[in-house]
Write a protein that binds this ligand. Structure first.
Ligand code: SAM
Length: 495
């Protein structure tokens, strides 16, 4: 017998990954623990209609979105503990967007009023006054003056260890290789006995392919700071000014209204750009100053590039991405919001790992990641497809390589911001740790992590932060303020 579910009048609900059930009474719906009920929005309906065929093709197997959710239950729940149920439901609910004002539009003041008429407010203004209050209350200012102290004056790194010649540098398999070596060492030679193929020779354990895969999944999905054997310094720095020109409008907490899609209503260019408001945090952390040369290493489709340009400080920006198609979208954004690619901006299509020359003052490394929201709502191009398992398991090492390149391409004294839109600790703090270990062991580069915890009080009225990260800051989605996830970590290159 199927249960009958009564829904509140006027509401439309659907089961996740099932066709929405419009109306007030839903009948004959099979419920299991992996399906959840959530308010249905028009966009959900449109999104799912496109995938009917694919469900039919995969009939009998679980949707990839369910695999993704199971993965998160396994690896995120133990990290976020009692916060997990709220994060989970928020991830499964339509996310919130902010409207980033386009300063390049000749009538941006009219657009501003238009957005205010919807009941939205400029969150940057609110953050600026929160910053002021924070500095007054905490008397935190001027811990370290960026420019006045010589770069290495606060650094007292111990001597680097001698590098071993043929050290294996495989991030993914490090721990596994070590245990194998230990196991081989422990096998005692058999002396004075005839041994044949039938004799029992004890080995540590023979792993099946499935077990090896499971080990790899665990090692690439968890983060443990207990193994770190290099000095990773987390330094406090002067709280930077906020980029006040970068105005972004949000609805108050608890208000889940959407902004209409931008049209050329005012002026000749689009008036605002819709994006997750947490995408602006890496730009805030980057603290772009006039005359800074900026590298956006994984730039496409260009949301953060556009935000950086809205600070009106970027005179020289290089936008790189390895995807030609996605760079096309970046060019479209430049066309609609800036009237074309400006002379201050150069676009390149390269593997980010090839950026190794220290040419830039500020580098943004916004890496490909688990994309937690996407994998929970869309079957299309889902990272949890069996065919993409290698790609998924290689993400932390790919992210680490991109971050290393980002640091190498930054001038000594410059700063790098690493960001992801996943909650995965392995892809967040884990990558920072692996990068710092690599730089320490394999290069002459010295760098420190800059403490960004001042962002929490400044943006407390807009975002919810997870207090237990080790190196960076993590915004967690919440129902009243459904932005994120977004992880950001700032690194300063010393030499
Ligand atoms: N920063 C972008 C924005 O705000 O719109 C989003 C970047 S998205 C999270 C990650 C990007 O990294 C993708 O566009 C992808 O094509 C690019 N990417 C992946 N691997 C790369 C590599 N090895 N080198 C450069 N870009 C890469």
């Amino acid at each position: 017998m199927f249960p009958v579910i009564f829904l509140p009048p006027g509401k439309c609900f659907h089961l996740k990954m099932r066709i929405p059930v419009p109306g007030t009474i839903a009948t004959s719906i099979k419920c299991s623990s992996s399906y959840i009920l959530r308010p249905c929005q028009q966009t959900d309906y449109i999104q799912r209609r496109g995938y009917k065929k694919k469900w039919a093709k995969n009939e009998g197997s679980k949707p990839y979105t369910v695999h993704a959710l199971n993965h998160m239950e396994t690896f995120y729940k133990p990290v976020f503990k009692n916060l997990w149920p709220s994060i989970r439901i928020s991830l499964l609910t339509t996310s919130k967007y902010c409207a980033l004002l386009n300063n390049y539009n000749s009538e941006s003041d009219k657009v501003e009023n238009y957005l205010k008429d919807f009941g939205a407010y400029n969150a940057m203004e609110e953050a600026a006054s929160a910053r002021k209050k924070y500095l007054e209350k905490e008397n935190k200012q001027i811990l370290i003056e960026n420019s006045s102290l010589p770069l290495d004056s606060f650094l007292d790194f111990p001597k680097r260890p001698q590098k071993k010649e043929d050290e294996n540098d495989e991030y993914n398999n490090e721990s596994f290789d070590e245990t194998e070596e230990e196991a081989v060492d422990k096998i005692e030679p058999v002396v004075g006995k005839n041994t044949s193929l039938h004799d029992f020779i004890p080995t540590k354990k023979v792993f099946s392919e499935k077990e090896l895969l499971q080990q790899q999944i665990v090692s690439t999905s968890t983060f443990s700071d207990s193994t770190v054997d290099v000095p990773i310094k987390v330094i406090q720095e002067q709280v930077p000014e906020l980029p006040n020109s970068m105005k972004f409008f949000v609805y108050p907490k608890g208000d889940v209204s959407n902004f209409p899609n931008p049209k050329m209503k005012h002026g000749d260019l689009l008036g605002y750009y819709l994006l997750d408001a947490t995408s602006l945090l890496p730009v805030v952390a980057l603290d772009i100053q006039e005359r800074d040369s900026v590298l956006d290493l994984c730039a496409a489709p260009g949301g953060k590039t556009l935000a950086m340009l809205q600070t009106l400080q970027t005179e020289n920006i290089t936008c790189n991405d390895e995807s030609w198609t996605r760079l096309g979208r970046l060019r479209d954004i430049a066309k609609w919001y800036l009237g074309g690619v400006p002379s201050s901006m150069s676009v390149s299509r390269n593997d980010g790992k090839h950026f190794v020359d220290p040419l830039y003052d500020k580098v943004l490394v916004d890496v490909p990641c688990n994309t937690d929201r996407h994998v929970l709502i869309s079957e299309d191009n889902n990272l949890f497809k069996p065919g993409r398992v290698d790609e998924r398991l290689n993400l932390p090492s790919r992210q680490r390589d991109l971050l290393i390149a980002g640091i190498q391409s930054c001038k000594p004294g410059g700063t790098i911001v690493y960001s992801t839109c996943t909650l995965s600790p392995a892809q967040n703090d884990g990558v920072i740790q692996a990068t710092m270990e690599h730089l320490w062991k394999e290069t002459e580069i010295d760098s420190v992590v800059i403490d960004l915890s001042y962002l929490r009080p400044i943006f407390a009225s807009i975002f919810s932060f997870f207090p237990e990260t080790k190196y960076g800051q993590l915004v967690i989605p919440s129902l009243s303020s459904n932005f994120g996830p977004m992880y950001i970590c700032k690194i300063k290159r010393i030499r």
